[in-house]
Design a protein around this ligand. Structure first.
Ligand code: XMP
Length: 518
């Protein structure tokens, strides 16, 4: 994965193919290797051919679309493609033309079922078919949802094959990488674990110590367990009670990590410090940055303490590294290369880190999971022997409840969100549906609403329930609760959490929403 600012001339190797997710050095097109453009990358291909090929659409298209895949391979030997077109209303097929081509069909098995569900997230679109290209797929809103060059191995899709909401998108990548680029598929998880352990041992050397944040979530636990496997007690896990964790969470996490996973753990009580620094802050990015930098302050103090404690023991090395369970989606969503792509939010474990940590004054980063998606980390965890309950635990963000409380984080508001969250998650567990959703929580709105309890008027807080399904957390759908259960949850929250007048359920998909509220 390379930023769009990469200069092809600077590459020291030649790729077998290129997947474009956006803008790129125009020299990419002179490499002579297969190219697949996705969404903005597809528009880039069309725009480079002629800027009039791309324009703002009349309607935004976010979410599921039905793509009509127009080209089917008639006979592998003759590689004849039949182009058909359909009108979205009648779905009538009209034979349009036949194109003789020597190219393999990127759609491959994907096209055997002609109508496919694909995921769209765009506003601009192709308004003209670039010269020399044919149509691969159409949706009612995008006539050119998939295109292919007639003689060169250049393809573009407006939809997103990389997300789970394009259920067969992986096949399209496989066809491109294996059939068209001639790449081999040889990555397996067990090799990755051994490879990472060796890499960590080599990087850290025989003496240096490593410090790492743990939260009890699957990412930091997997990273900590891996580190323990690689360097034993020279790895020091630190759990910071930041005052915005879930109810009783700190105690539970301590037990699991120390007793069951044999991780060398220290717990720091930072609740008052975090809450005092959050006082008066309402802007989401400001809250995230304060939480990120407070974490680092505490870690740096802890690193000094560990180093002192290790003097004159067999573990007398310096604390040189800082472990983080950063995943690939955190990396993508936090980075903005020289401005062309938007920073969605600063995840505290990536962009929120103060520069001093990165520039050598403090600690160097180790991020063994930064190329993995959540489902891969879970598989990784299983292979490291971590219990299924922990492996399947819903993720919990570093900034905790603070980014689920819209506006100011006060001790009173934290207590309300915690209690409501506890009821919500307990009822989900009791209903036996915890593993059907990927993440669920109760958040708190800034506004208040009027209610009536007994004979009295109340003016109370609004709880926002959120539960989503996803595997990679880049896109997500709201979980479809049985309405009766939602009503029971709402009733219990209003009855049992003082100060709450209303309960709402957030049904926004991601995109355009995000999973957390801030
Ligand atoms: P969003 O809200 O970006 O969340 O759709 C995607 C996933 O990332 C988690 N998340 C975070 N995790 N530090 C973390 O460790 C953060 O700052 C952070 N922000 C979001 C979120 O819980 C979801 O699983």
């Amino acid at each position: 994965m390379l930023p769009c600012t990469t200069k092809i001339a600077d590459l020291t190797w030649k790729p077998k193919g290129v997947i474009l997710s956006g803008d790129a050095d125009p020299a990419v097109f002179d490499l002579g290797v297969p190219i697949l453009g996705i969404c903005y990358g597809c528009q880039e291909i069309a725009w480079r051919a002629n800027s009039a090929n791309v324009a703002a659409g009349e309607a935004r298209e976010y979410g599921h679309a039905r793509a009509d895949l127009m080209i089917q391979r008639m006979s592998p030997s003759r590689r004849l493609r039949v182009l058909t077109t359909s009108t979205s209303s009648s779905k009538a097929l009209v034979m349009r033309c036949m194109v003789r081509t020597t190219l393999p069909n990127i759609l491959g098995s994907f096209s055997l079922t002609r109508i496919q569900t694909v995921y769209m997230s765009h506003f601009d679109k192709l308004v003209k078919l670039p010269e020399g290209f044919t149509i691969l797929a159409s949706t009612p809103n995008s006539e050119f949802a998939g295109i292919a060059h007639e003689t060169k191995p250049v393809f573009g899709v407006q939809f997103h094959p990389e997300v789970e909401h394009t259920p067969r998108g992986v096949e399209l990548f496989k066809n491109f990488a294996v059939d068209i680029c001639g790449a081999r598929q040889h990555w397996v998880m067990s090799d990755f674990i051994q490879h990472e352990i060796q890499r960590i041992r080599k990087l850290v050397g025989p003496k240096a110590q490593v410090i790492g944040a743990v939260s009890g979530g699957v990412d930091s636990t997997v990273a900590a367990r891996l580190m323990t496997e690689a360097i034993g007690d020279r790895f020091h896990a630190v759990l910071v009670d930041n005052g915005v964790m879930r109810l009783n969470e700190c105690q539970q996490v301590k037990e699991t990590l120390e007793k069951h996973l044999g991780i060398n753990l220290t717990v720091i009580d930072g609740a008052d410090l975090f809450l005092s620094r959050l006082k008066g802050l309402t802007e989401p990015e400001a809250k995230r940055k304060v939480i990120g930098s407070t974490f680092i302050d505490l870690f740096e103090e802890e690193a000094i303490r560990i180093e002192k404690a290790a003097e004159n023991t067999p573990n007398a090395g310096k604390v040189e590294y800082f472990l983080q369970g950063t995943l690939y989606p955190d990396v993508i969503e936090s980075l903005s290369f020289k401005g062309p792509s938007a920073t969605i939010k600063t995840h505290h474990n990536v962009g929120g880190l103060p520069a001093r940590m990165m520039n050598g004054q403090g600690l160097k980063l180790i991020e063994p999971l930064r190329e993995l998606f959540k489902d891969e980390v879970r598989e990784f965890g299983r292979q490291l022997g971590i219990h299924e309950d922990l492996v399947m635990r819903h993720p919990f963000p570093g900034p905790g409840i603070a980014i689920r409380i819209i506006g100011e984080v006060t001790p009173e508001r934290v207590a309300i969100a915690r209690k409501a969250d506890h009821i919500f998650i307990s009822m989900i567990r009791e209903a036996g549906i915890y593993n059907e959703m990927s993440q669920a929580y109760a958040g708190l709105d800034t506004n208040r609403a009027v209610g009536v309890m007994g004979d009295a008027r109340v003016y109370g807080y609004i709880i926002i329930l959120r539960a989503v399904t996803t595997t990679n957390f880049m896109t997500a759908e709201p979980y479809e609760f049985k309405f009766d259960l939602l009503k029971k949850i709402a009733r219990r929250i209003v009855n049992e959490v003082d100060g709450v007048a209303r309960v709402t359920y957030d049904i926004t998909s991601k995109p355009p929403g995000t999973i957390e509220l801030e």
